[in-house]
Design a binder for this molecule. Structure first.
Ligand code: HEM
Length: 262
């Protein structure tokens, strides 16, 4: 049973680092929940990004089947993150207040992985680089992403390759705006799924992802209201009203608009 000189479970998983990375700043019992909730979310986001960038490469290379599998996994990860709110919701406002001051100005608003997920999907906004200015390495990484075609850009290329008249975007650092030509192309795909099965399946994978992502945003804002009411956020925004505005974000507008036309 001795692992001297051999790789153990803990060695392989780097558990000393992961399990040694919880450093509550107060004596409040619930701060451990708060830290682990965020850390596990960040780990899942890391996997989501791993899958999303591989899915983007696969789509760009025309390998849609492997991309479907990866995108399904991303939607499942979002669902996992959605279920996780149930654990955090066991924390009351009284309990959060006991360590709120200890957080200082730190906030999920500064989650660079979350911003990266949005940027990869296509919700791009250079103003969101602001919270990372103190970390030039992160700004550079996020900026580099804004120069690459988004996941949805490579999907549009597939539409074009299938013969649809869909223009390529010139400004990659902007969010996707509804494009009537792309909506019309998707409508054709949905009217004849048998003919365009792969594109049809691809579109549904994206809608699935966005659907789960919307639920995450909704769960977040509801949990935030439950815990801090309408207080300002630790990251400096108006809090719940900022997060409610974020509920209006649409990652893939063509795919939603097209549904009205069918
Ligand atoms: C009691 C728990 C929580 C509270 C009170 C809370 C509060 C807030 C508030 C008020 C904001 C707006 C920015 C600000 O002014 O700070 C925000 C943003 C954010 N939070 Fe939370 N949050 C909580 C839990 C979480 C968890 C568990 C995650 C998971 C990683 C998370 C991720 C984020 C992200 C990614 C943003 C940026 C959203 C965007 O800009 O669209 N939050 N949070």
């Amino acid at each position: 049973m001795s692992f001297a000189g051999r790789m153990s479970y803990g060695d392989y998983l780097g558990l000393d680092k992961i399990l040694g990375a919880q450093h509550p700043k107060s004596d409040a019992h619930d701060e451990m929940l708060f830290i682990i909730q965020h850390q596990t979310a960040e780990l899942w986001m890391k996997l989501a990004l791993h899958e999303m960038s591989a899915a983007r490469d696969a789509i760009a290379a025309g390998r849609l089947q492997p991309a479907f599998k990866m995108l399904s996994r991303v939607a499942r990860i979002m669902e996992q993150l959605n279920s996780a709110w149930d654990v955090l919701r066991t924390m009351t406002p009284s309990e959060y207040t006991q360590f709120r001051e200890a957080l200082g100005e730190s906030s999920g608003f500064q989650s660079y992985q979350y911003r990266m997920i949005e940027f990869v999907a296509g919700n791009r906004n250079t103003a969101m680089l602001g919270p990372h200015e103190h970390r030039p390495d992160l700004v550079e990484m996020l900026r580099a992403e804004l120069t690459r075609p988004s996941l949805y850009d490579v999907v549009l290329t597939r539409l074009r390759n299938a013969g649809f008249d869909v223009p390529a975007r010139s400004q990659l650092d902007q969010p996707h705006q509804p494009d009537p030509k792309a909506s019309a192309a998707w409508a054709s795909v949905y009217r004849e799924p048998e003919r365009y099965w792969e594109l049809y399946e691809l579109a549904e994978k994206l809608v699935d992802f966005e659907d789960y992502f919307r639920r995450w945003r909704f769960n977040h804002v509801t949990t935030v209201e439950r815990v801090i009411g309408f207080k300002r956020g630790s990251g400096g925004t108006s809090g719940v009203s900022y997060l409610r505005r974020m509920l209006e974000v649409v990652l893939f507008p063509d795919l939603w608009e097209m549904r009205t036309e069918l």
